[in-house]
Design a protein around this ligand. Structure first.
Ligand SMILES: NC(=O)c1ccc[n+]([C@@H]2O[C@H](COP(=O)([O-])OP(=O)(O)OC[C@H]3O[C@@H](n4cnc5c(N)ncnc54)[C@H](OP(=O)(O)O)[C@@H]3O)[C@@H](O)[C@H]2O)c1
Length: 290
């Protein structure tokens, strides 16, 4: 209902004389921040979406100085039901046409399902799934009219398997992969490229935030001081960007991650959950940082 209202009110006219514009959710940190830098380095202006206005303003100054990219800061909490309306109003107010959409914002929740907080899980679905659907519906008609556009949906290697102790997170990522692949097929005839970027463990704030819980972060210093593991956010962003430009339907950065996905997609279903739980226990993914 809310979505259909938004689509009917989609802006009809845009300024088409400026640089192409990428709207990136979760641009304040990690993979989203790295993607903002990467798109800017390739000649895009950026609409950055996340809650942390101060970080977004810092990124704006850096991208202007480094790449002469205009950054439009839209500080919004995507768990809020009016967040899409705020973004839509912002785009209309700034007269912005979106050429590339990156659905990246997200967070994880660890724990047995009976122990995890339902409201946090509903927030996670709102940020990862509802926002992705709503933003895609918002930009797609214009991309189809122009017969051009790019949509990058950030999934995970967990898109390919059930994930015990991150059950809702894993289900969100599977949803995103399935949605992304179908969207890619439907929109091929319009020249719109849609890629599911499926990283493995990446050096961002993600794991620390997931382990302490999104609402409990009070000391950002301790987040910054945590020891990084996995690929760098810049490597993931570069590979995601390249795959999107090529029109790859799925991008899995890193050989280890590609091997993981190959194994996961060939294991019998009966062994998938137990194997993944074992691997994650071995890697310390299921242990808490608190
Ligand atoms: N890091 C990994 O190991 C890994 C692996 C596979 C997939 N991924 C996926 O990669 C994506 C990016 O994560 P990351 O690793 O870069 O983690 P990150 O450093 O924690 O960044 C998460 C981003 O999402 C934004 N965000 C979270 N909740 C939000 C909300 N309620 N409203 C608006 N923005 C919100 C955060 O911004 P604010 O806090 O400023 O709001 C931040 O910019 C996620 O979808 C994640 O699932 C990560």
């Amino acid at each position: 209902m809310i979505l259909s209202k938004l689509i009917n009110k989609a802006p009809k006219t845009f300024n088409t004389t400026r640089k192409p514009i990428a709207l990136i959710t979760g641009a304040s940190s990690g993979i989203g921040q790295a993607l903002s830098y990467h798109f800017a380095s390739k000649g895009y202006d950026i609409v950055t979406v996340a809650r942390d206005n101060q970080r977004l303003q810092e990124i704006k100054s850096i991208l202007l100085a480094k790449y002469n990219s205009q950054v439009y800061v839209c500080a919004v909490d995507l768990t809020k039901s009016n967040s899409i309306q705020i973004i839509k109003d912002f785009l209309i107010h700034e007269n912005l046409e979106i050429n590339a959409l990156v659905n990246n914002a997200g967070f994880g929740i660890h724990g047995s399902f009976e122990e995890t907080d339902l409201n946090s899980e509903i927030d996670m679905i709102q940020v990862q799934i509802n926002t992705t659907l709503a933003l895609t519906k918002l930009v797609l008609p214009m991309m189809q009219t122009k017969k051009s556009g790019y949509i990058l949906n950030v999934g995970s290697v967990y898109s390919f398997a059930p994930v015990p102790f991150q059950s809702v997170y894993g289900a969100c990522k599977s949803f995103l992969l399935s949605f992304s692949n179908s969207l890619a097929f439907e929109n091929k005839k319009y020249g719109i490229k849609v890629t599911a970027l499926c990283p493995g463990i990446t050096q961002t704030e993600f794991r620390m935030r997931s382990n302490v819980g999104r609402h409990k972060i009070s000391n950002k210093k301790s987040i910054k001081n945590s020891k990084p593991t996995g690929m760098s956010a810049e490597q993931v962003a570069e590979q995601g960007y390249n795959a999107l430009m090529k029109g790859d339907i799925i991008a899995i950065p890193g050989l280890t991650n590609r091997i993981f996905v190959q194994i996961a997609t060939h294991l019998p279903t009966s062994l998938l959950s137990s194997s993944l739980a074992l691997v994650n226990n071995f890697r310390g993914v299921n242990s808490k940082h608190t």
